[in-house]
Design a protein. Sequence first.
Length: 323
Amino acid sequence: MTAGCATLPKDFDRPESYALTDTENTAFGKARAKEKAAHLGKSGFHLLANGLDAFVARAVLSRYAERSIDAQYYLYHNDLVGKLFSDLLLKAADRGVRVRLLVDDMDFAGRDLEVVAMDSHPNMEVRIFNPFSRSVSRTSQFVTRLGSVTRRMHNKSFTVDNQVTILGGRNIGNEYFDANPDLAFADLDVMAIGPAVTEVSSVFDLYWNSELAYPASVLPKEDPPTPEKVKELRDQLSNYVADHSDSAYLRELRNSDLANKIRNSQVEFRWGDAEVVFDQPEKLLHDFSKTEYHPQTGFHRLFESRPPGCPAQHRNRCGFASA
C-alpha cells in the first residue's frame, strides 16, 4: 500500500511558462498610468473588506481581462461561488485570454473530470499542486505520506494582465464571499497595482513551474473526456449560472458600487512601498527544519523594521504594515 500511495506520474511534459510582460497597453495598464507615474516605485492598494466586494473585484477584472489571468488558490469549492468563478475563467479563455489556474489538491477529490475538462480549453491550463496519488484512497495517504500530503500550498492570488492583483485570505467558496447566509468567514483581501503586481507574478511563476505542480491532465487514471463530454460539462455549468442569474446573490453583485468604480477607474488607491513575502515551493521537498525555505526570516525582518524616527513601541501608529 505504501508503494501505491507514492505512485505519481513521472513521464510527462511540464512546459515552462511565465507572466506576460508586454501588457502596458491593456485597459488595466493604461487606466492608472498617470497615477502610477506620479507614485514612481510605489504600489497602490485598495482593501476589499467584505466578501461581496471581494468577489465583485475578481468578476470585473476577469470580464475586462485582455491578455492573461493567473489564479492560485488553496481551496476551490464546487458550490455557487466556485461555479461562478469557473464560468468567469472559461469565458475569459473563450475571448482569447490566456488563463493559468494553479490549485492545491486538497479540495479536488472526485473532481478530476471537471478539472481536466477545463484544462482541455485551448486557452486555459490547469495545474494541481502537490497532488494525491489516484491509485489509492486519500485517507490512507494521510498515513503513508505523512509529512508530504499533509503539507499544503496555501497561496491565494488573482492577477489580471500582470497589471492588477488581488491577495488575501479568501479561498474560492461561498463562505468566503458572503454567498452563504448561514456561514461567513472574516477575511480581508487587498487589490494592488504597481510594482507589487510584478512580484506576485514572479511568485506565481515560481510555483507554476515547480516540480510539484502537475498538469491536471496527467493525474487521472481514466481516459480524458471526449469533446462531447467536455461540451456537456460546459453546458451544465452555463445552465447552472443561468438558473442562478436572478438569485439574491447575483443581484447584489450586479448592483455593487465597487463594480462601477472598477469599470470607470474610480477606485481609490493608497500608495506606498511594498514587499511580497512568501513560502518557497521547495519547502515541501525538504524537512521542516530547513527554515531557509520558510517565510519567517522575511517576516522577522519586517517586524523589526520601522520608519525613521518611529519608536519601536509605536510601529503600528507610524504606518508599519506586514501585509
